[in-house]
Design a protein around this ligand. Structure first.
Ligand code: SF4
Length: 198
């Protein structure tokens, strides 16, 4: 096992015991990142499927992301997938657990875990999937629709490309969804091409 893989495993073990915000007391388990490689994709938080399986991007949004990665020719295991917040936030509606967006204080509490992943993996580029990921990565509020597809720079100098979270595309239907997916793929494709100098 490489030094990096050992450090990542150690991080996952520490993460498992995290109770630094109230989300640690609900749901099934923490969901850390998986994969490796020069490109890191960051989502918002685990959903219902991720919470149960303990893996990121394994629900409907994950399936859409998988199909995008396949179309881009990036095998899932060649990118690192993670979330800004590592616990599922939800409310019960009948027997269903309905996803809730993490609060700013929960994003802030979880921020250091994402920073640790970045420091450890040293990705060449990071793609922020949605507003929560973008805000956590860039330490400011990000208007995704206005700033999507552009290269921005984190405080540590790493380039961040902002685009939509796949769950936003799942809310669309028909031609509108098809067109939105094509535009999303264009954004993602740029993720492997950070401009020189950034
Ligand atoms: S959401 Fe993040 S900070 Fe909060 S308990 Fe879970 S791992 Fe810890």
């Amino acid at each position: 096992m490489t030094k990096e893989a050992r450090a990542l495993r150690e991080l996952q073990e520490r993460l498992r015991g995290c109770r630094e915000c109230p989300l640690g007391d609900i749901g099934t388990q923490t969901v850390g990142g998986e994969g490796r490689g020069p490109l890191m994709l960051v989502g918002e938080a685990p959903g219902d499927h991720e919470d149960i399986q303990g893996r990121p991007f394994v629900g409907p949004a994950g399936r859409l992301l998988d199909s995008a990665l396949e179309r881009l020719g990036w095998p899932r295991e060649t990118v690192y997938l993670t979330n800004a917040v590592k616990h599922f936030k939800f409310e019960m509606r009948g027997k269903r657990r309905i996803h809730k967006t993490p609060a700013q204080r929960e994003i802030a509490a979880c921020h250091h875990w994402l920073d640790e992943e970045i420091a450890l993996l040293r990705p060449k580029a990071i793609v922020a999937l949605g507003a929560t990921a973008a805000a956590s990565l860039l330490d400011r509020k990000v208007a995704v629709m206005r700033e999507r597809g552009n290269w921005l720079v984190r405080g540590d100098g790493r380039p961040v490309l902002v685009t939509l979270h796949p769950s936003a595309l799942l809310r669309l239907r028909g031609v509108e969804r098809e067109e939105a997916i094509e535009r999303w793929l264009e954004d993602l494709r740029r993720g492997t091409e950070p401009p020189p100098g950034i």
